[in-house]
Ligand binder design. Structure first.
Ligand SMILES: Cc1ncc(COP(=O)(O)O)c(C=O)c1O
Length: 437
């Protein structure tokens, strides 16, 4: 499995990097710690369309999508031309640039819950900003959450990787379970008159049952709290108006990032006029908030999504084919008790279980190894982009079927642990209703 010699250059680079870069990466989920050293590529050099090339020139069909920002495909011509054109005029200026208005306008046209918009850089800027606005608006402190919401203190204190964050913040954030209204209701009962907002990913692995999202909104409002949808993943992926348009539930505030600019660093908070006006009293300000290469990229991406609804239809269709095909393979190999392909077509998620129902990082690592051996860069989820075509999906389904055949064989022979060795540690285990980052 894998080819140690093939990855020698990766190991060499890893040794150099680890001397001067803690975690060997700027993003935990991309770090070499998330891949099995010696048997997988660890560093990328370039990307185009649906492919990435690693530092040895090895070409891989990519489904990580840079962790989500890529929606049109890597080095997309329309986006890249917009960036190049803007570069001639300048990157950033001493006063606001008209692009801020143009992109904000596009978002108000596309997103049901967007009357007003502000920009940041990372998704974490948007989620922490939205939480701050909600606290200022309601004059309350407690936040109820469901999902992953980024790197800032207010949220990360609730996770296992919270070194350096004041413990006292922990009493202000509490997790509830997706599709479990009771778990949310209990928290409202426990903190009467104290909850500023419910922040949640509108969808992740599970589909909302019945009126779950509408009920969350009703409950939040009944208790005087705001509803914030963290659409950093779902925004401009589930639909051009985000998951809120897809599910028909409009939050008070929404957070966008990732695919808003096909890879350029931009995030946004959008919301109703009454709530967003509170931003004028809140400190939400960054030197690079109005940086124009990213805004030009966002203008190109959002205009494309608005002009051509076929883009996201294609993403859904490819994702549906992939998800159904994987699920069929899982069933045909009799692996349904150990592996599932859940979530939504724009981003199907694989789940791996031990016999006792706990998640199995070892099975995940084994499957990932076989898929990467087949020339596909994959980690947990399949991030579908407009660049993924029928032939990519067909190729991937053949590779998945073969990988599952091997996984089944390894389970039957009892050699899973021997093959994967020490399993890869997740970035952190998530809370109720959450996921691994
Ligand atoms: C749902 C969600 N919210 C917020 C974030 C944080 O975004 P960023 O890493 O860009 O700060 C992420 C990142 O993965 C995310 O998935």
């Amino acid at each position: 499995m894998g080819d140690e010699h093939k990855y020698a250059k990766h190991l060499l680079h890893y040794e150099r990097v680890r001397k001067i870069i803690p975690n060997q990466s700027q993003t935990l989920s991309k770090s070499p710690g998330q891949f099995r050293k010696g048997t997988m590529p660890l560093f990328s050099a370039r990307a185009k369309g649906a492919y990435i090339w690693d530092i040895t020139g090895n070409k891989l069909l990519d489904y990580m999508g840079a962790l989500g920002p890529i929606i049109l495909g890597y080095a997309d011509t329309v986006t890249d031309n917009a960036i190049k054109k803007q570069l001639k005029d300048g990157i950033i200026f001493s006063q606001p640039h008209p692009l801020e208005f143009e992109v904000a306008k596009l978002i108000t046209q596309l997103v049901p819950g967007a009357d007003m918009v502000r920009f940041g850089k990372n998704g974490s800027d948007a989620t922490s900003g939205a939480v701050r606005i909600a606290r200022a608006y309601t004059k309350r402190d407690v936040i109820l959450f469901c999902g992953y919401h980024g790197a800032q203190d207010w949220y990360i204190v609730s996770t296992e990787r919270s070194a350096g964050v004041p413990r006292m913040l922990k009493q202000l954030v509490h997790g509830f379970e997706y599709n479990n209204l009771d778990s949310l209701e209990k928290l409202f009962t426990k903190f009467p008159g104290k909850v500023a907002a419910v922040i949640m990913e509108p969808a992740y692995a599970e589909h909302p049952k019945g009126r779950f999202l509408a009920d969350v909104k009703r409950l939040a409002h009944a208790h005087g709290a705001l509803l914030i949808f963290d659409e950093v993943i779902t925004g401009f992926r589930w639909s051009s108006g985000g998951a809120q348009k897809y599910f028909g539930v409009t939050p008070d505030l929404s957070c966008f990032g990732k695919s808003i600019a096909n890879g350029m660093p931009l995030s946004a908070i959008a919301g109703t006029r009454t709530v967003m006006q509170k931003t004028e009293d809140v400190f939400f300000s960054f030197t690079y908030g109005g940086e124009c290469l990213s805004l030009a990229a966002a203008k190109a991406v959002l205009s494309e999504l608005k002009r051509n609804p076929g883009i996201l239809k294609h993403v859904w269709r490819m994702g549906e084919k992939l998800q159904k095909g994987i699920q069929k393979s899982i069933e045909s190999h009799g692996l349904s008790h150990s592996i599932a392909c859940v979530g939504f077509p724009p981003r199907p998620i694989m789940q791996f279980y031990k016999d006792n129902g706990e998640s199995s990082p070892e099975l995940r690592a084994l499957f990932q190894q076989y898929i990467i051996d087949a020339g596909i860069l994959y980690s947990t989820y399949w991030n579908i982009t407009y660049a993924h075509r029928e032939h990519h999906i067909a190729f991937t389904l053949r590779a998945v079927d073969e990988a599952l055949r091997k996984v089944k064989h390894d389970i039957a022979e009892g050699v899973v642990l021997k093959k994967v060795g020490r399993s890869i540690a997740p970035v952190f285990a998530m809370h109720a209703g959450g996921k691994k980052a």
